[in-house]
Design a protein around this ligand. Structure first.
Ligand SMILES: [Zn+2]
Length: 109
């Protein structure tokens, strides 16, 4: 895995949650977890992803639609294939779009 800002290799360190990869450059906030459902991201992107995930989870947890239907709609809005729709892989822009998408649908009566 490569830091998107420094183009250097991320360093892995094992933690009780699995292997966490981080950028060796000073002050770089890019980290990534082992596995394929997240990609290296800086702190802003990670915060945007967390907010997107919370908003998205609220949407289907509200009972307005099923989780899979919510994913299908999100995939359509972002022009992604459903198998590529992992919030943990989104960049900041896509995460913000996800937040807006979920909020809009939640507010809709
Ligand atoms: Zn870096």
């Amino acid at each position: 895995m490569i830091c998107p800002d420094h183009k250097c290799k991320l360093v892995g360190r094992s933690t009780r949650f699995g292997i966490r990869y981080y950028c060796p450059e000073n002050d770089c906030t890019v980290v990534c977890w082992d596995g394929s459902t997240s990609t290296p991201a800086d702190v802003e992107t990670r915060q945007a992803r967390i907010k997107a995930h919370n908003a998205f989870d609220k949407l289907w947890q509200s009972g307005k639609m099923s989780r899979i239907k919510a994913y299908r709609k999100l995939a359509k809005v972002l022009r992604l294939k459903i198998k590529d729709t992992h919030i943990g892989q989104f960049d900041k822009k896509m995460a913000l779009k996800t937040q807006k998408f979920a909020k809009r649908l939640l507010e809709k009566k």
